[in-house]
Ligand binder design. Structure first.
Ligand code: GLC
Length: 584
């Protein structure tokens, strides 16, 4: 397996090597703003034409729910880590009940013949119906009452042609099933149901981001953006139909109003002109199954962060003339492509986190079993500012301090305790022998994880900021100071009018200042899902930091990020409901 070229520090000190990597993986606020501008451009190019990198897929979902919807539906969700089949009961009071079963999708299924994959999907629905016979009668299909309606959440780029049909554009996230691209995904699934004579009809097709947006709107009463930060990353938002020129000849264009658009933002800057690629990113891309695709996603999502970090670590393990990490040893986990799971990074960062008060005694015992060191934490108060403490502002490892017994002796007990916790995680998760991992190694790996994850969260902020700008809810922070009118939201779509359909408040400059202020101060609902945003330490905090630097603290404060719980299932159910209502 190709690896990143090893560092040579013949003419550099080890500290210079670390500084160099730190520099490459650190993003400055000015770059975030520049990227957001490029992102906005791609949004508008994609709204204008079919076939662009950022596909900006019209979903044909033209209203968002308000929580009063009712019905019982089947949902099938393909595109995350597992395949899920669910039965969703919408109670009509912003609540729902959901029963689900997860099924594994093997690599063989992901990369084999599409018909085999879709047969497996149909078998899974069949198995679910056998083990979970419907509790309440499923909302009948108006046309054929004994057929069960199903909503499909299919989280890959699809050019949707109607609520219930769409052509697969590309595979992402490790899928590459043959003879699928260019075909209608709903037909592929329906054919599989029909081959098995199942009384199930796929009536709606939805991306997981659209599902997140709809389900968050259903449970919270307002949401403008649904975003996934998990295995992959993507977002869907409510756009004015008038701003989607490529819908020109579609009847939807004549109806006007708003439509949910699935951005497929994972493909932002596939041309690689703006994103801050490092050698670690390039080797990941080159050795992935979709080189030159999903450029943005490869910087951000859970599928890739572990692999980027693995390449950073390998470059230090292989550094010449002397290794800089793990004494030059590599385990199977570290050697294998995709061997380092993003969850390891999360554990490493958690291990570092301060839980000093509860852990004080434990740490003292771990670090100092004989009780010979003073039982105090010099790192907490009155600490020598010249000492390396590894905290957020001082995370870059100090090679001199961490490389000698005298240097290590200067570290506070608190810092040693944290490093020891990280060291233990590395021994167990990277499968090293205890003696092969030093405290310096722990400091280096934790720094590498933090850099890669922080970069991901900052870039996630770029995507969210771009949607706020695109929908007129924000201005660039530097423009705001020079021209405050940029920050006045004209024609801001207000979600959740009567019947769950958005209404538009046209705010005229000057005449209704109070209304503008009120509107301006409204919360901006963002529904999110995915393992990174849910579990990675400080992911949301860092994403908000990015938002503040791009669109300012006033706007960032109003952004209400909430979990779109079971978004894929509930979103598919809500779409199935809309599809049945639309049936002639
Ligand atoms: C990938 C898919 C996209 C999906 C996202 C999150 O980017 O292309 O459709 O929404 O992953 O699952």
């Amino acid at each position: 397996m190709a690896s990143t070229s090893a560092y040579s520090y013949l003419h550099k000190s080890p500290q210079d090597v670390l500084n160099d990597i730190d520099f490459q993986l650190t993003l400055e606020p000015a770059l975030l703003t520049k990227l957001t501008k490029a992102f906005l451009e791609e949004i508008n190019v994609g709204l204008g034409r079919y076939g662009e990198d950022m596909a900006m897929v019209p979903s044909f979902v033209t209203g968002v729910p308000d929580g009063s919807e009712t019905g019982t539906f089947l949902a099938l969700d393909l595109g995350g880590t597992n395949l899920r089949v669910c039965e969703v009961v919408l109670n009509g009071d912003k609540t729902f009940r959901l029963r689900q079963q997860k099924y594994k999708v093997s690599d063989q299924l992901k990369t084999g013949e599409a018909t085999v994959l879709f047969d497996y999907l149909a078998d899974s629905v069949d198995a679910f119906l056998t083990t979970h016979p419907p509790e309440s009668p499923l909302s009948p299909d108006a046309e054929v009452p004994d057929v069960l309606p199903l909503g499909l959440t299919f989280s890959f780029p699809v050019e949707q042609t109607a609520l219930g049909s769409g052509t697969i554009l590309t595979w992402t996230k490790g899928f590459s099933a043959k003879n699928a691209i260019g075909n209608d995904v709903v037909k592929l699934l329906q054919d599989a149901f029909d081959r098995k004579h199942m009384h199930v009809k796929c009536v709606a097709l939805v991306n997981d981001t659209v599902g997140a947006l709809l389900s968050r709107a259903y449970t919270s009463g307002g949401c403008i953006l649904g975003a996934i930060f998990g295995t992959g990353t993507n977002g869907a938002y409510l756009e004015e139909v008038a701003k989607i020129p490529k819908l020109a000849n579609n009847p939807a264009a004549a109806k006007g109003g708003y439509m949910v658009v699935n951005t497929e933002w994972g493909a932002f800057n596939n041309k690689r002109t703006q994103l801050p690629f490092t050698p670690f990113d390039s080797v990941l891309d080159r050795t992935s199954i979709n080189p030159r695709f999903q450029a943005f996603e490869k910087f951000i999502s859970g599928m890739y962060l572990g692999e980027i970090t693995r390449h950073v670590l390998l470059s230090l393990i292989d550094a010449a003339p002397r290794p800089m990490l793990f004494g030059g040893k590599a385990t199977k986990v570290v050697n294998e492509q995709w061997g380092l799971d993003t969850s390891v990074m999360s554990e490493v960062e958690e291990a570092w986190e301060t839980r000093v008060v509860e852990e004080k005694e434990k740490v003292i015992k771990e670090v100092d079993p004989n009780g010979t060191e003073p039982r105090s934490f010099p790192g907490e108060i009155g600490e020598n500012p010249n000492l390396w403490d590894g905290d957020d502002h001082d995370i870059l490892p100090r090679w001199d301090i961490l490389s000698t017994p005298e240097g290590l002796a200067q570290l506070s007990l608190k810092v040693k305790g944290k490093l020891e916790r990280v060291r233990k995680v590395l021994v167990s998760r990277l499968e090293y022998a205890d003696g092969d991992v030093s405290l310096r190694d722990a400091a280096i790996v934790r720094w590498a994880c933090h850099l890669v994850a922080r970069r991901a969260a900052l870039l996630s902020g770029v995507a969210v900021a771009a949607i706020l700008l695109q929908t007129g809810r924000a201005g660039f922070v530097q423009d705001v100071h020079s021209d405050s009118s940029l920050n006045t939201p004209n024609d801001v779509p207000k979600v959740n009018g009567a019947n769950g359909i958005h209404v538009t408040d046209s705010v005229t400059n000057g005449t209704s200042k109070n209304a503008a202020k009120e509107e301006f101060e409204e919360k901006i609902g963002v529904g999110v899902d995915g393992s990174l945003i849910q579990f990675y330490p400080h992911f949301e905090r860092t994403m908000r930091e990015s938002l503040r630097s791009i669109v300012g603290a006033d706007v960032e404060r109003r952004v209400e990020i909430g979990l779109a719980k079971d978004g894929s299932g509930v979103g598919a159910a809500l779409c199935a409901l809309q599809a049945l209502k639309q049936e002639p």
